[in-house]
Design a protein around this ligand. Structure first.
Ligand code: 2PG
Ligand code: MG
Length: 419
């Protein structure tokens, strides 16, 4: 795989939350152009690569990305234009060197990741393969991931009373990606009917899940079990299981977790999770504890690590070094994988390789602010990581990723599931 970059061009577009983001295009020697839409988060970890935002209150309340667009159109285009690259890793390294900071803040991680994603597509095309095939064998053999549909939204993704951010349904027992999508959509529909019956609002949060006025997470979990049954599926690992992302860094203040107006220590949170796992078919908890609560994470992993997957998001920020550190300390047993959190596709693959080497799971993820770019579906398929979350089975920017799974499944014979 080799490309010669002819041009790199970005413009400011809108993401799914009415905030500006970048669309980036890389044009190569044969004149073909490869584009990417840049995702952006709301519940961000403090160790994330830093987005460049304009901060001009007169435009988009300060969220404009014209400076990041200028990073691409001027400095990055100038540095990469006319250069030949032997690999995506070499191109990504050129971006990292050009930026010169450890957190990509000078040019902006949003500028850099857009170029990296678009370039990944250009490299795949130069090799004559689909994007997912360009990742094949780097971590594992390709397979279709289990979609984790976020059907109830809270936390910073919705203005309701619910402090936990994400409640996901995971069709682990589905026979194929197409049947998994069907299960996701049917349970989503059944859930909507349950909410209507209880006169709860069916308005949506940022990731397309419902945002009802329910405060207690257990009440949501009970509702989900009923919705799974209503839709004719078995709640559990052989049917449709549950997963949660409390995004608990957002609930944590001076050593205390705040949930529905009550205060909890780390150990009290851990016991609450144990009770939830005993009572409901939860197979995965992401960010159960806060990014700064490493000692709590060790105890959480000790307590639940052999029963369920414990995914670190804010605590790891897709950073290979941080994950390697956590492995030796018994923190979590899986990492969330977000391309924009670390800032290049190459570093994302490095983080996944560290996980794989340590026996940690890799859970590929979208952001709350998305475009219709389906890059992460190819990343999840090609790396064979087994599971992916992209929000609800509703709203175009979420469904784009899920539909990509069935398109690949239709074209190619691949196994489905965790593996
Ligand atoms: C998360 C993500 C994606 P955000 O916490 O896992 O669901 O949210 O993109 O807002 O950080
Ligand atoms: Mg998270």
């Amino acid at each position: 795989m080799t490309i010669t970059v002819r041009d790199v061009h970005a413009l400011e577009i809108l993401d799914s939350r009415a905030r500006p983001t970048l669309s980036v295009a890389v044009t190569v020697e044969d004149g073909s152009t490869w584009a990417a839409g840049v995702p952006a988060g709301a519940s961000t970890g403090s160790g994330e690569a830093v987005e460049r935002r304009d901060g001009d209150p007169a435009r988009f309340s300060g969220h404009g990305v014209l400076a990041a667009v200028a990073s691409v159109n001027e400095e990055i285009a100038g540095a990469l234009g006319g250069r030949r690259f032997e690999s995506l890793a070499a191109l990504d390294q050129a971006l990292i060197d050009l930026d010169g900071t450890s957190d990509k803040s000078r040019l902006g991680a949003n500028a850099i990741v857009g170029v990296s994603m678009a370039a990944a597509r250009a490299f795949a095309a130069s090799a004559g393969v689909a994007l997912w095939q360009s990742f094949a064998g780097l971590i594992r053999e390709p397979r279709l991931p289990v979609p984790h549909f976020n059907v109830v939204n809270g936390g910073v993704h919705a203005p309701n009373a619910l402090d936990f951010q994400e409640f996901m349904i995971a069709p682990l027992g589905a026979p194929s990606a197409a049947e998994a999508l069907r299960a996701g959509a049917e349970v989503y529909g059944a859930l909507r009917r349950r909410l209507v019956d209880r006169a709860l609002t069916t308005g949506l949060g940022d990731e397309g899940g419902f945002a009802p006025e329910i405060a207690q997470p257990e009440e949501v979990l009970a509702l989900l079990v009923h919705a799974i049954e209503d839709a004719g599926y078995r709640p559990g690992r052989d049917g449709v299981a549950l997963a949660i992302d409390p995004a608990s860094s957002e609930l944590y203040d001076e050593g205390i977790y705040h949930v529905a107006g009550e205060r909890f220590s780390s150990d009290e949170m851990i016991e609450r999770y144990v009770a939830m796992v005993d009572r409901f078919p939860i197979w995965l908890i992401e960010d159960g504890l806060a990014e700064s609560d490493w000692s709590g994470w060790v105890r959480l992993t000790d307590r639940l690590g052999d029963r369920i997957e414990l995914v670190g998001d804010d605590i790891f920020c897709t950073n290979p070094t941080t994950i390697a550190d956590a492995v030796g300390r018994g923190v979590a047993n899986a990492a969330l994988i977000k391309v924009n959190q670390v800032g290049t596709v190459t570093e994302t693959l490095e983080a996944m390789a560290v996980c794989r080497g340590a026996g940690y799971g890799q859970f590929v993820s979208h952001r709350s602010g998305e475009t219709c770019d389906d890059f992460i579906a190819d990343l999840a398929i090609g790396t064979g990581c087994g599971h992916m979350k992209a929000g609800a089975p509703a709203r175009g920017e979420r469904v784009a990723k899920y539909n990509r799974l069935v398109q690949v499944e239709d074209a190619e014979r691949l196994d489905y599931g965790l593996g």
